[in-house]
Design a protein around this ligand. Structure first.
Ligand SMILES: Nc1ncnc2c1ncn2[C@@H]1O[C@H](COP(=O)(O)OP(=O)(O)OP(=O)(O)O)[C@@H](O)[C@H]1O
Ligand SMILES: [Mg+2]
Length: 322
């Protein structure tokens, strides 16, 4: 298997003053996260608001480098790279965020917005225009509209323009961080289909982030379920859809009514607590309807329950259907 992205034991801590500890303390937003993304596949990362999905993606792209752990892109460890070398890798990885309105400068014509990255790369004017027009065409926006401003487009069109801008950099890997959550339900399917089409045409690899497990399952080849900074279940889409094991995954299924439904985050992450002195046991124990006394004593390891299906629950063996 040809892995494009390999993440090992990724940890991201934020520092702040904790009211509880009354001193500076670290809050662990991402805790020992590991997964691989195979070339030309879609990897889905799912979990409720605040569980650390965006933090993982920013750490992968080294927009905000991890506290510890390793990120390898196309076999190369990004840690320790700096300046030009890091920029070279960053160009190959682009990110599309949830809100196209804040992604585009309202005072800038969209053509200029698409050209910006290319100017930084030192691409000549003629080639820049060619690429901008080609990418707009590819996402279904008329190239002649490149002189227009963002407000002249609908939400769906703006998200297409944001995708086109990412593509001008000729990336191999795209992080799609809730790319349709801010769009009208009627537009979501169009953007999803566009993304699937682009993936095939340009041989792209995606990390698709969402809080909607059904949407993630519709798109992804493999899925990781995150809870409070940790992966609690990881496997092929088939394994997660047909044989979900972790009680949290089961709950996400019930909370995700339709493909395009939006769920409310059920339990917002608690305010930043210090990492030091973190409570023992399973992070999900407090919410779990199947917990017993061992769950608050023992921290469950993420372990393989068969054929690479990983689950962090001390009862995962018993819960696996025969
Ligand atoms: N720069 C930062 N400084 C301090 N804490 C942060 C920072 N960025 C994120 N956090 C915290 O880290 C945790 C994870 O945040 P993150 O944005 O990664 O979650 P998410 O899963 O992407 O949520 P959402 O679905 O709402 O986008 C949250 O508790 C958040 O408050
Ligand atoms: Mg996020």
């Amino acid at each position: 298997m040809d892995q494009l992205v390999e993440i090992r034991n990724l940890v991201k801590e934020f520092h702040g003053r904790s009211l509880v500890a009354r001193r500076h303390s670290a809050f662990r937003a991402v805790d020992r996260v590991s997964f691989d993304i195979e070339k030309n596949t879609i990897f889905g990362l799912v979990g409720e608001s605040g569980c650390g999905k965006t933090t993982v993606s920013r750490a992968i792209l080294h927009l905000d480098p991890p506290t510890s752990g390793e990120v390898r892109f196309a076999g190369k460890a990004l840690e320790g790279l700096s300046g030009k070398a890091l920029r070279g890798y960053r160009r190959r990885m682009q990110i599309v965020f949830q809100d196209p309105n804040s992604a585009l400068n309202p005072k800038q014509r969209i053509g200029a917005s698409l050209e910006e990255g290319l100017i930084n790369l030192g691409v000549q004017k003629k080639e820049r225009l060619r690429r901008v027009e080609e990418m707009l065409e590819l996402v279904g926006i008329s190239p002649s509209h490149r002189t227009r401003y963002p407000h002249e487009f609908s939400g769906g069109q703006k998200q297409r323009i944001v995708v086109a801008r990412a593509l001008t950099m000729q990336p191999e890997f795209l992080v799609l961080d809730e790319p349709v959550s801010n769009l009208d339900v009627s537009i979501q399917a169009q953007i999803i289909n566009l993304l699937l089409d682009l993936k095939d045409r340009l041989s792209l690899t995606y990390l698709f982030i969402s809080h909607d497990l059904n949407l993630v399952a519709y798109l992804s080849d493999r899925i990781a379920v995150m809870y409070k900074g940790r992966i609690v279940e990881l496997g092929s889409t088939e394994q997660i859809m047909d044989r979900p094991v972790h009680p949290y995954t089961l709950k996400l299924f019930s909370a995700s009514p339709t493909l395009h439904g939006t769920i409310q985050p059920s339990e917002k992450m608690q305010e930043n607590e210090p990492t030091v002195g973190i409570e023992a046991g399973c992070p999900y124990a407090g919410q779990c309807d199947r917990k017993d006394s061992s769950c608050v004593e023992e921290e469950p390891e993420l372990r393989d329950i068969g054929e690479g299906h990983l689950v962090a629950c001390i009862y995962s063996k018993e819960r696996t259907p025969a």
